[in-house]
Design a protein around this ligand. Structure first.
Ligand SMILES: [Zn+2]
Length: 387
């Protein structure tokens, strides 16, 4: 009997081990798709302008969620270091996701719904502390990105300060293979209700944080939660501490009421890392004119997402949303906020960024405006906001 039990246990462990190798790439392939129906032509002028861009930056990507070696080129999903280099990117925000409710949607999600990330961490074979602790999941992903610097990729720079950003810019002039990343978080539930975890995650390199993701948490209401509530007392403390530490406030996924509450008390510029605008697509995922104006008034940025939900689906829709923000508050507030690898379907992977430039040209944006959107706005913002 004992022997049978041992064999059974061995079989289960072997199957689990195989699952840890296979399941995450399968999900990754199925969930991070590139899909388009629009005809694509890249003219010489767009090519030339693209190759002359000095700083290309994007405010949102969830590549750390999946089991990947980012130094290896994949033939699926949206982003890895080789493809960033092909796209001549300077800086990518890598955002950390720690909990995702089953049946996730843009209208209403319960914090108590079955959490898909628990299952994902389990099948990825990540150590059991990540099965139970949201903070540990965040720490793990932050360290995963840290580890690329130096150890796994000598030309990757983790940007945590103004000085790091200056280094990145200077090194890239000498060597185009140099790329940078900076760390953000989607949902402050990973603080597990403790302010000291905000300080801890700051020391892990996190420089941007969105208070909520798809459900309400200790900070306040999500745009896709149940309560629609604003900032809690604890949430207020978190905002003050983020201002003090120099962690950028990201209003993506935050309830409309909480956007106002945060803007009432924050003494720093804020951004929305990945969003659409209600003016071109009326969705609970997207941001209102009134909020775009309030965010712009702080000196903030609106990162336009490439995913269905934020936009209808094609490149022209991305650029229409950019145009809408420009016309409402000015070009200096528009940025790229792709949501690459965020379990999202997008019309391009990172190597398709030149098509955005083509479409910007087709829709009448000037060269200066295109440079601003493609990265100069993010560079200026981070130069002012990073510690
Ligand atoms: Zn998101």
């Amino acid at each position: 009997m004992k022997k049978i039990f041992r064999y059974a246990l061995a079989v289960v462990l072997i199957l689990y081990f195989i699952a840890t190798l296979l399941v995450s790439p399968i999900l990754d392939k199925q969930m991070n798709l590139v899909e388009y129906n629009d005809p694509r032509v890249l003219g010489d002028e767009a090519k030339e302008l693209y190759s002359s861009l000095e700083f290309i930056a994007d405010l949102h990507c969830d590549a750390l969620l999946w089991d990947r070696d980012l130094t290896k080129r994949l033939d699926y999903a949206h982003l890895d270091f080789p493809r960033m280099r092909q796209a001549k990117m300077s800086l990518q925000a890598f955002t950390i996701v720690t909990k995702s409710p089953k049946g996730q949607n843009f209208k209403s999600n319960s914090a108590d719904a079955f959490d898909k990330i628990t299952m994902l961490n389990f099948v990825q074979g990540r150590f059991p502390d990540k099965w139970f602790s949201l903070y540990k999941r965040a720490e793990y992903q932050a360290r995963a990105l840290q580890n690329y610097q130096g150890k796994n990729d000598s030309k990757f720079i983790l940007v945590k300060s103004r000085q790091d950003l200056k280094n990145l810019i200077n090194l890239k002039i000498a060597d185009p293979e140099v790329i940078g990343g900076f760390l953000g978080i989607e949902g402050a539930h990973c603080l597990e209700g403790k302010l000291e975890n905000l300080q801890k995650i700051y020391y892990e390199g996190v420089r941007m944080l969105a208070p909520t993701h798809f459900f309400d948490n200790e900070i306040g209401g999500s745009a896709h939660g149940l309560s629609g509530e604003g900032l809690t007392d604890f949430g207020g403390e978190v905002i003050h501490e983020m201002n003090r530490l120099g962690i950028i406030i990201d209003l993506a996924h935050v309830s409309p009421k909480m956007i106002d509450d945060i803007l009432d008390i924050s003494n720093k510029p804020v951004l929305v890392s990945h969003t659409g605008v209600k003016g071109t697509k009326d969705s609970p995922r997207n941001i209102s004119d009134r909020h775009i104006k309030r965010i712009a008034a702080t000196g903030g940025l609106i990162g336009i997402g490439f995913f269905k939900g934020a936009i209808k689906g094609e490149i022209k829709d991305i650029v229409e949303a950019m145009k809408y923000v420009r016309d409402l508050v000015g070009i200096e507030h528009v940025a790229l906020g792709s949501d690459f690898d965020g379990a999202a379907t997008t019309p391009i992977d990172v190597t398709g960024l030149p098509f955005i430039v083509q479409e910007l040209m087709d829709q009448g944006f000037s060269e200066v405006e295109i440079r601003a959107i493609m990265g100069e706005n993010v560079k200026r913002f981070l130069m002012e906001q990073l510690p």
